[in-house]
Ligand binder design. Sequence first.
Ligand code: SAH
Length: 264
Amino acid sequence: MRRPFALTCSGGRPASKTCRHLLISLFFFVTAGELVFAQDDEEKFRRLREEMVRTQIATLRWTGFEAVRDPRVLDSLRKTPRHRFVAPELVPYAYDDRPLPVGYGQTISQPYIVARMTELLEPKSEHRVLEIGTGSGYQAAILSPLVAQVYTIEIIEPLGTAARQRLAALGYKNIEVRVGDGYFGWPEKAPFDSIIVTAAADHIPPPLIEQLKPGGRMVIPVGNPFQPQMLVLVTKGSNGARDLQVRSLMPVAFVPLTGGPKSH
Ligand code: SAH
């Protein structure tokens, strides 16, 4: 007796063609459904980013910290998918006004701090920038569209490797990730137009001052670990390392910069 049709596609049966069509239609139906959901999600995250910029970043903060105004920086925050830089269970909090854990006791900074530090670097499209403390790679991703090249160093190997893979998967082409001790900078790629340190040091590492171009800017949290630290802006004058201007800007809380001469 012939069955009307079976949902197996073994060859030779008269119903197998119909069956194949059915399976193909089912596949497209499911895939199209997933696509619609994915698009809905992307739209939801885009709206969350808009709101994050409007309510947390481009506005005077309740702490008195000033609004970030550089339109290029704000645009990069609107476009960068922060939810792709955190673990799946933290995705619902990706656009919240706070830092988030990235594993190994490290954190991805609060969006406002990322934006403010980026603005302080005064990034230009021809700049080559060094970041110390890759973490998730989010800060490097924010810098990517604003400058020519980002070099970033991470001391914890699995974090550096994961960030390199994540940034490549997301299509970032001008970010180079190195696993190593950023205290010593990246002499082969120096000098840099600007340097951003995203971990707190008890002093400004001399190799980083050395590797900053005359006229360059460095942003670094300075202070003891687990105590309030100061975000410091260092500008190097045209007379090099003896011509430094150091300005303390605002209190911040960063994980410590490890490594350095003591560990060698
Ligand atoms: N910028 C990151 C967050 C930084 S958290 C982001 O956007 O996600 C600080 C990072 O600095 C941590 O991942 C920590 O491992 C790293 N770090 C600490 N000391 C370092 C050093 N000497 N050299 C390089 N990275 C260091």
